[in-house]
Design a protein around this ligand. Structure first.
Ligand SMILES: Nc1ncnc2c1ncn2[C@@H]1O[C@H](COP(=O)(O)OP(=O)(O)O)[C@@H](O)[C@H]1O
Ligand SMILES: [Mg+2]
Length: 574
């Protein structure tokens, strides 16, 4: 874990080093004060020496001011170091997630990634701040207070031989219990976030189905689970305080008892006993602080582990084998003995022995029942997922020979679950081509049959979309997504059920415009409706991850039972 996190420490190295130095100075100055106090009582007051008392008083004030300044400096450095460190880690994790492939994201789930980016990193940041401040302050304080106490009276120090082990044992027990409890608490936070995220993204469906009561109950359960876990974790921490107090007052009582007897016996002065008591409190609070830091380390180490899991996740799809100069020459696609499964440990193949050749410029339809792996099949072309066995070639080269940038610029895919982002229509379209002029944007919209609608809008291309395009209908969204994909001027375009919400006539218009304006582009259309693919050059019938047939629509209508079934069922519908 430390190896993973170390690179993020270097940028804010100096504040992280200066803070402990400043705090050490603070402690070394502060620790003198009780000693001076003893001198005032035992020398100044005993001899009724006013100038001595005033002089020592001035020294004490100087010491206090010096210690105050060092304390402030150390606080500033610590905040700078810790916040800077947290910021670096956050940027690092976010950048890493941007490199993730689909399967990497499947592995973590979105809500868990959100908790890791927020709660977990904040935990790490806080404990880092504690570590650079307290982990140095407390031991320095402990040791110097112990030395000072021993200088005052070597015999009285023996009281600590009992109290320190008692406290140590108790704190050890608490810490060993806390790791599992805090890990559990974070897991519950993940679950709550998952619930809330799902609810909020699906709030319209929740309302349409009147599921609010059910959702409230679900939230309540997740929230109660989190609360219970939190209380269990907090109970441990709370128990430290009273235990600490018992040990502390026990020690003070013992010191007073033995120290009082020593004063009566004449081996200890009153002022010495007063300052001894101050050192006594300092020693025990230092111990307490050390325990708290360890506690914090324990809590944050489960957060650190979760953040490192993200940072250490091997990115499955990279440019490792790519030739940076290679560009996609044409729109041919070839599958050669391709097998695929989502879960490498699972035994069932989602795609089973796929052999397929698509010539450049062809229009291919793909049809098959839901779950027959249509989406899976086409996602291998832009390398959103990677074939488990066999090769997928585009433009005559295996997909992994291209850099992801070159490949995905040439292979435009309109995903089945597509999203638009908040911003204007033009902003969204320019995802396809950042430098496109308004005329080029409208051209693409024309081909996707959405131009008329945009022209009617008062702000045209500059109309603002709500978050994920809420102010558009399903069909309008789909057509904008197609226009966005077209702006890349791809060699291959893949429409995964992308006109399902568009009416038949518009659907036909889009396909006709593809045929006339984009003749050289390979078009792959995954569809539910036979009508969408009836004028394709060839249609692939998928059945449970296997190719059932690959022929012209006319041939299939004549001889393929699956195709005939779908055809008949849809004819009846009409
Ligand atoms: N991200 C995923 N993780 C695991 N399994 C998946 C994932 N996506 C799809 N599947 C499974 O793969 C099979 C094919 O899914 P898919 O290609 O989406 O089918 P289609 O697009 O034909 O409806 C289904 O059984 C589905 O449950
Ligand atoms: Mg699908």
């Amino acid at each position: 874990m430390l190896k993973t996190i170390r690179p993020f420490l270097s940028k804010y190295k100096w504040p992280s080093i200066l803070s402990p130095i400043a705090i050490t100075c603070e402690v070394l100055l502060e620790i003198q004060i009780p000693f001076m106090m003893a001198k005032i009582v035992d020398i100044g007051v005993a001899n009724r020496d006013l100038p001595y008392i005033i002089n020592t008083g001035w020294i004490m004030i100087a010491l206090a001011c010096g210690s105050l300044i060092c304390g402030i400096l150390s606080g500033i450095f610590a905040a700078k170091g810790a916040v800077g460190f947290g910021n670096e880690v956050r940027v690092g994790v976010f950048n890493k997630i941007q490199d993730f492939s689909f399967s990497n994201i499947d592995h973590f789930s979105t809500p868990s990634l959100i908790t890791r980016l927020t709660t977990d990193i904040t935990n790490i940041q806080n404990s880092y701040m504690m570590i650079i401040r307290v982990l140095v302050r407390a031991p320095v304080m402990l040791i110097s207070a112990a030395i000072m106490a021993a200088t005052i009276n070597g015999d009285l120090v023996k009281v600590f031989l009992v109290s320190i082990p008692v406290l140590a044992i108790f704190l050890g027990i608490v810490m060993s219990q806390s790791y599992p409890r805090f890990t559990k608490m974070l897991k519950r936070t993940d679950e709550l976030n998952a619930d809330v995220q799902e609810n909020l993204t699906g709030i319209r469906v929740v309302k349409a189905f009147n599921r609010q009561k059910f959702e409230i109950k679900k939230f309540h359960t997740a929230n109660t689970n989190l609360t219970d876990a939190l209380i269990k974790a907090q109970n441990l921490i709370i128990s430290i305080m009273p235990a600490m107090m018992i040990v502390m007052y026990g020690t003070i009582l013992a010191v007073l008892w033995y120290g009082g007897n020593m004063i009566i016996g004449g081996t200890l002065l009153t002022g010495e006993l007063i300052s001894f008591l101050t050192y006594c409190t300092q020693i025990l609070t230092s111990l307490m602080m050390i325990a708290q830091v360890f506690m914090m380390i324990v809590i944050s180490s489960s957060s650190l582990k979760r953040v490192c899991e993200v940072l250490d996740e091997p990115v499955e799809i990279t440019n490792a084998d790519a030739d940076p100069k290679l560009v996609v020459a044409d729109g041919t696609v070839a599958y050669d003995d391709v097998y695929f499964k989502y879960d490498l440990k699972g035994d069932a193949d989602v795609l089973d022995d796929i052999d397929l050749k698509i010539a450049s410029g062809e229009t291919i339809g793909i049809i098959g029942g839901t779950g027959s792996a249509k989406s899976t099949l086409v996602q291998l072309i832009p390398r959103l997922y990677q074939a488990t066995e066999g090769t997928v070639c585009v433009g005559g080269h295996p997909v992994q020979d291209y850099t992801l940038e070159h490949l995905r610029d040439s292979v435009s895919m309109v995903l089945q679950q597509n999203v638009l982002f908040s911003g204007s229509i033009a902003d969204n379209l320019r995802w396809g081509d950042a430098n496109a002029t308004d005329a080029q944007l409208m051209d693409a919209c024309e081909q996707a049959s959405i131009a008329d609608y945009i022209e009617e809008l008062p702000d045209g291309l500059h109309t603002q979309l709500g978050q994920s395009g809420v102010n558009l209908s399903g069909g309008q969204k789909q057509r904008l997504c197609i226009a966005r994909a077209l702006l890349k001027k791809p060699k291959i375009i893949i429409l995964d059920d992308s006109t399902s919400a568009v009416d038949m006539a518009t659907d036909k218009k889009i396909r006709e415009s593809f045929k006339t304006h984009l003749k050289d582009m390979t078009t792959i259309i995954v569809a539910q409706r036979i009508a969408t693919i009836e004028d394709a050059d060839k249609v692939l019938v998928l059945d449970n991850g296997r190719i059932n047939a690959f022929a012209s629509p006319a041939e299939l209508a004549e001889s393929n039972p699956i195709y005939q079934d779908i055809l008949n069922s849809q004819k009846k519908g009409v």
